[in-house]
Design a protein around this ligand. Structure first.
Ligand SMILES: CC(=O)SCCNC(=O)CCNC(=O)[C@H](O)C(C)(C)COP(=O)(O)OP(=O)(O)OC[C@H]1O[C@@H](n2cnc3c(N)ncnc32)[C@H](O)[C@@H]1OP(=O)(O)O
Ligand SMILES: CC(C)C(=O)C(=O)O
Length: 501
């Protein structure tokens, strides 16, 4: 089966994403991860661009072994000299020369005629061959270049010594059938085409970068240039993870493979996202948070019965532990039952139905229901917690230069009330201490968290506590628009569970 060469340009074109610049150390960190991912080529940078980029290419070239390291250069001797110097220590150096060939670029940007472009390209390739054997030539804006002229350029640079010829869709103008026809056309028109690797490099201006790259692969391209998370100039480049997983998942159709260790995809994506500060959208294919998450009951039921009903890839294959079942208002009984089982509960049918009803009620107010919330629902439902201690009133005094003080009035099950007040390290500490005094039960707070379950300034706050009472972990939960009241009630909820026993 044919191998498709994966040329990663996260560190060069990826860094051209506005807002994604990386320092020298960060680039080296990403290069190490790309080596673990087993890409075939790392385009480390554009050495003439800045002393930092030169240093970064040079550091990567020195350290990374087993992977080709490419450096970009315009069709100019000073750029090629700089690239060659930065690559001096590379085990497998590649100089990547680009020159635009389309009429628009010739006329307005380069101010050069067709024959001048060919001369410049040939001279640059021949010059670069003095330094290294592995030369890539990119015909910038190839997809908007006249087909016959493009074929002439490609034939000339191969004759001059280019070992890879790249056909960039620089402005994301191509569509799959059109782009594939360029590849097929070059295979037919260029006599020496078999002497070089035919490569593609697609931009995502129309959201077609991956589709175009794959159409080119189907038409016979042997190298795909891409970036992690689809970073790149403007709307980005073809996303490496999507190209690779499409080839792997649809091997029946593409009849080729890559050397990528796909289990490193998630790590690579996260590292690039953290270091560039470019967040991956939740619904991004392959590496988005939702890519292996199922939210609706019908899908969850299907996946729980047989994963392949709604999944075309194994999450393990991209380095995730497992499929995520997100419990929310669209979930059904199958998914809820499965999660309860995973949490270690064994409920009767009646307990289950009551818990499910309560879960749905809560899910109507919240986007996602977490495990501790399910535990709190079940504990409440199962134990039918009696209100042995009920909060009658509370007062809190706190603020800058004020000793936090809390006072509570608790009604006990025999109808009597207990009033207590005390100070603490903060309002919650004071409040819980006052409740301890009033109830006579002493709890040690292990965990406390609060979240808004409705929107707006008057949102409902939901408080969870995990309390150690006599060496046992007890959870409590309560909801109120007053978060101090919710805190007191959550704590009392935990104490009531113990008192009930
Ligand atoms: C399609 C791509 O993504 S290509 C890569 C694009 N990446 C970058 O541009 C990032 C790094 N770039 C840089 O740091 C700077 O642009 C540099 C260092 C390369 C050049 O900076 P400057 O010398 O100040 O030139 P500037 O960028 O303003 O203009 C580009 C010049 O290169 C010329 N040029 C553009 N492409 C090429 C090429 N492939 N071969 C030869 N000359 C070229 C332009 O015509 C222009 O020349 P002019 O000054 O005679 O008009
Ligand atoms: C340098 C080339 C390959 C490029 O980035 C483009 O044409 O988009």
């Amino acid at each position: 089966m044919d191998n498709i060469i994966i040329f990663d340009t996260t560190l060069r074109d990826g860094e051209q994403s506005p807002g994604a610049s990386l320092d020298i150390g960060e680039k080296l960190q990403i290069a190490r991860q790309l080596a673990l991912l087993n890409v075939d080529v790392i385009e480390a940078g554009f050495p003439i661009a800045s002393p930092g980029d030169f240093q970064s290419v040079s550091n990567i070239a020195k350290e990374i072994r087993g992977v080709s390291i490419a450096a970009l250069a315009r069709a100019m001797e000073k750029d090629i000299d700089s690239a060659a110097k930065a690559l001096e220590k590379a085990e497998k150096p590649r100089i990547h020369i680009f020159l635009a060939t389309s009429e628009i670029h010739r006329k307005y940007k380069l101010l050069k005629a067709k024959d001048e472009i060919i001369n410049l390209a040939v001279k640059a390739v021949a010059y670069a061959r003095k330094f290294v054997e592995d030369i890539e030539f990119s015909s910038e804006d190839a997809s908007r270049t006249e087909m016959d002229f493009l074929a002439q350029v490609v034939e000339s640079v191969i004759a001059a010594g280019a070992t890879t010829v790249n056909i960039p869709d620089t402005v994301g103008y191509a569509v799959p059938e059109h782009y594939a026809s360029i590849i097929t056309g070059l295979k037919e028109k260029v006599k020496n085409i078999s002497k070089a690797v035919l490569s593609v490099h697609c931009h995502n201006d129309l959201g077609l970068a991956v589709a175009n790259s794959l159409a080119a692969v189907k038409a016979g391209a042997k190298q795909v240039e891409c970036t992690m998370n689809g970073l790149g100039e403007r709307a980005g480049n073809a996303a490496l993870e999507e190209v690779v997983m499409a080839i792997k998942t649809r091997q029946d159709y593409y009849r080729c493979s890559t050397r990528i260790k796909t289990r490193e995809l998630t790590n690579s994506s996260r590292l690039v996202s953290v270091l560039t500060g470019m967040r991956v959208q939740r619904n991004k294919a392959i590496v988005g948070e939702n890519a292996f998450a199922h939210q609706s009951g019908v899908h969850q039921d299907g996946v729980l019965k047989e994963r392949t009903t709604y999944e075309i890839m194994h999450p393990e294959d991209i380095g995730l532990q497992k499929t995520k079942i997100v419990l929310g208002k669209l979930s059904g009984r199958h998914a809820f039952k499965e999660r309860i089982k995973e949490l270690g509960y064994d409920l009767t049918e009646i307990e289950f139905e009551k818990a499910f009803e309560e879960f749905k009620r809560l899910a109507d107010k919240k986007k996602e229901i977490f495990d501790e919330e399910i535990e709190a629902i079940i504990d409440t439902e199962k134990m039918e917690i009696p209100h042995i201690f009920q909060l009658e009133s509370l007062s809190i005094s706190c603020g800058p230069n004020v000793v936090p003080t809390a006072g509570v009035r608790i009604r006990l099950s025999d109808g009597s009330v207990a009033d207590n007040a005390t100070i603490g390290d903060g309002p919650i500490d004071a409040l819980f201490k006052a409740i301890d005094l009033a109830t006579g039960i002493s709890g040690k707070l292990l965990d406390y968290h609060i979240q808004a379950i409705t929107s707006g300034k008057d949102a409902m706050g939901e408080v969870y506590v995990n309390v150690d009472i006599h060496g046992k972990n007890v959870k409590g939960r309560a909801v109120s628009t007053d978060i101090i009241e919710a805190s007191a009630k959550a704590y009392l909820n935990a104490l009531n569970k113990v008192a009930a026993k």
